[in-house]
Design a binder for this molecule. Structure first.
Ligand code: GLN
Length: 305
């Protein structure tokens, strides 16, 4: 498929939203991002898997919570479905870093994409691999085909210094006996995973196993068909936090956002998409990326509905 005309129209629509909202100032190292930047990539399945893009689609950004979909996949791949005893699969309807919800739910996070849920997933990945953040980085390098994918240790350190809320979530989990590793170990790997720097091109490529029903770039199987379906389902209900309903309404695809401004989306059986713009709406989702994905599914008619 020749995406050129679609990409140009997506970019034109999204550029009017680029800059609307605020960059993630609560992580000081992210506050310097240009709020008007915008990029979009589409990665096809099959063969060499063509990838095309528009705007700043090869500009690096911090993947932040987009990482959570990959750590979830790695834990399910290594450990099967046992994780669901520790983490829910319901929409949160609350901010992604809510302490009140975690306390009400006695330390069982609503889903693997709110911060508390991701901390539990990282804790499990640490048990399974002995080095959760490196396992994630190596997986992303392999799937994207880009060996330069790496941590930004400055961003990780900045979050560690200012991340009182995440530390509180981790301590609350530990207080409910929900972590196997020490709080500081879990936070260390969590911040490194969030700090990984990629671009629209490499993120779209790395996520193709979700569109390929669990098959990795080299043709081997990471997830069963059923597990891949479940990851996509949880993305649909929780990947954009307390805006998941609005997102499903406008875009109609499984997706995962991050406060670096990236949103990754999956068209099962067909392609993956990654949109990026650093300015965020009050839910922590990129305004330009949301507008771009909305335009893409409206123009192509591709959604899961
Ligand atoms: N590192 C960020 C945090 O923990 C990730 C949040 C996000 O991208 N939604 O707050």
């Amino acid at each position: 498929m020749d995406y050129r005309a679609v990409l140009e129209e997506v970019a034109a629509t999204a550029r009017s939203a680029a800059g609307v909202g605020r960059v993630a100032e609560y992580i000081p190292a992210l506050a310097a991002a240009d709020p008007t930047a915008f990029g979009f990539a589409v990665a096809d399945l099959g063969g060499q898997g063509g990838v095309d893009g528009v705007g700043d689609w090869e500009a690096p950004f911090s993947i932040q919570s987009v990482s959570k979909v990959f750590t979830l996949a790695l834990v399910l791949a290594a450990d099967g479905e046992g994780l669901w005893a520790r983490v829910g699969k319901e929409p949160s309807g609350s901010p992604f870093n809510s302490l009140a919800q975690l306390e009400r739910d006695r330390g069982v996070p609503r889903n693997p994409f709110v911060n508390a849920g991701a901390l539990v997933v990282t804790d499990r990945l640490q048990d399974l691999t002995g080095d959760a953040s490196s396992a994630l980085r190596d997986f992303l390098r392999a799937e994207s085909g880009d060996p330069r994918v790496d941590f930004d240790r400055g961003i990780a350190a900045s979050e560690l210094r200012h991340g009182h809320r995440n530390a509180a979530l981790a301590h609350l989990l530990a207080d409910h006996d929900r972590l196997a590793n020490r709080v500081r170990t879990v936070l260390h790997h969590y911040y490194l995973q969030c700090s990984i720097t990629m671009n629209c091109r490499t993120l779209a490529l790395a996520a193709r196993f979700l569109a390929r029903h669990g098959l990795r770039a080299d043709g081997t199987r990471l997830l069963t068909r059923s597990e891949a379906k479940r990851v996509n389902a949880v993305m649909l209900v929780g990947g954009t936090y307390d805006e998941a309903g609005e997102f499903a309404h406008r875009v109609g695809l499984p997706a995962k956002s991050g406060v670096g401004g990236g949103i990754l989306a999956v068209v099962p059986g067909r392609c993956t998409l990654c949109a990026w713009g650093p300015a965020l709406d009050p839910h922590g989702n990129s305004t330009a990326a949301l507008a771009a994905l909305d335009a893409f599914t409206t123009l192509t008619g591709w959604s899961v509905f």
